[in-house]
Design a protein around this ligand. Structure first.
Ligand code: FES
Length: 92
């Protein structure tokens, strides 16, 4: 193991986890997360802010999705595509 020579300014982890509708934690961020992921990827192309899909981050909002911002490890919930500017501001 060794440290990577590549390091982003920030990395956004977008939950796209999908559960069954009957799960007591709800249906998961699923498609809502995919919409936010696509919007963030579009806005960060070629930048030093990296975006990746993630499985469940443990917060499971009933609307929108969860986004974690590393390295600050700030967690945002109920994130919608319209929130992309605010998410990017939080990451900078
Ligand atoms: S399903 Fe997205 S945070 Fe749990």
């Amino acid at each position: 193991m060794k440290p990577s020579p590549y390091r982003p300014h920030a990395q956004l982890l977008v939950c796209t986890h999908l559960r069954t509708a009957s799960d007591p934690l709800g249906g998961g961020c699923g498609a809502r997360g995919e919409e936010v992921f696509a919007a963030l990827k579009e806005r960060t192309r070629g930048s030093s802010v990296w975006v990746a899909r993630s499985s469940c981050l443990g917060l499971c909002p009933q609307r929108g999705c969860t986004v974690a911002i590393a390295p600050a490890m700030q967690y945002l919930i109920e994130v919608e595509p319209a929130d992309v500017d605010e998410v990017l501001s939080a990451a900078r």
